[in-house]
Design a protein around this ligand. Sequence first.
Ligand code: BTN
Length: 324
Amino acid sequence: MLNDLLALMADGRFHSGERLGAQMGVSRAAIWKVLSRLEKQGFPIQRVRGKGYRIPANAVLLDLPQIRGSLPKSLQDAWEWHLSQQIDSTNAQAQRLLQLDGPKRLICLSEQQLAGRGRRGRVWASPFAQNIYLSVVEPFEGGAQALEGLSLVVGLALVEALEEAGYRGCNLKWPNDVLLEGKKLAGILVELSGDFTSECVVVMGVGVNVLMRNESLELGQPWTSLLMSGQKQQLDRNRLIAGFLSHLADSLRLFKRDGFAPFVARWEQRDAWRNRAVRVIAGDQVQEGISRGVTDRGALRLVSTQGETHINGGEVSLRLNDAS
Ligand code: BTN
């Protein structure tokens, strides 16, 4: 029912409960009940007396045929697809499927995560039907070494897809945060499974804040969503996912052949903190310097009075040292 109801409201206009009820063949009270439950979960519904209910245009549920139909033909059968309404974590689900079936190209999507995982043991906020929670599984040859820079490639594919969808002001914070107007919009969690010396399988987990707008939600750093940006561009998660997957598939092809080097210029063009004073924190170790972009293996180039150091991703975090 929810699926059809949101599809009826996808034009972004006000709809009276009465008319929605008539269209769906249920009572006005039934419509109110469904929309109230959704609203309690944080879904952006506007309710105005005398006008009815309104949701942002195209704020519909995930739909696999729609996503696949928006992909180029060559990619429509490229993955095995799994869509859940609720899951612990799409990355965890992908790992379980890999254990059961062995290496294969998979996509796991969910409307909600109950234990969404962020980097460095953090929790990833994953409310129902508001954001993108996506894991892409890809087998790689050449062991863990062949994966240097991969998480930067995933972030870049996402920014390029958002730019194509019309969003302005998206950029990248090393190693793999996506920022919109300086606030965190999306995060990437790359996890490995298999034999790290020869063939390994990579789970690329991507979380994008699309419709989430609960300002009181404390996520440990300033955050935003596509809806909160007010840019009035595409909010249909199905189309955004398809756009991202086609950029990612192209990028993975190039990355498998030539590594990170061909991506350096594109990544640096969108580097949020290029030439800024930063500190890199790894456990209780802190290194300070100026961020000067990335190497052709995706390491951060940190320049200090002692010279240039190259820092690899992983369990490190980057903070600004200057206030501007
Ligand atoms: C970060 O901390 O910035 C990384 C966040 C990654 C979140 C995504 S949501 C889909 C996938 N499943 C998870 O449990 N985490 C990743």
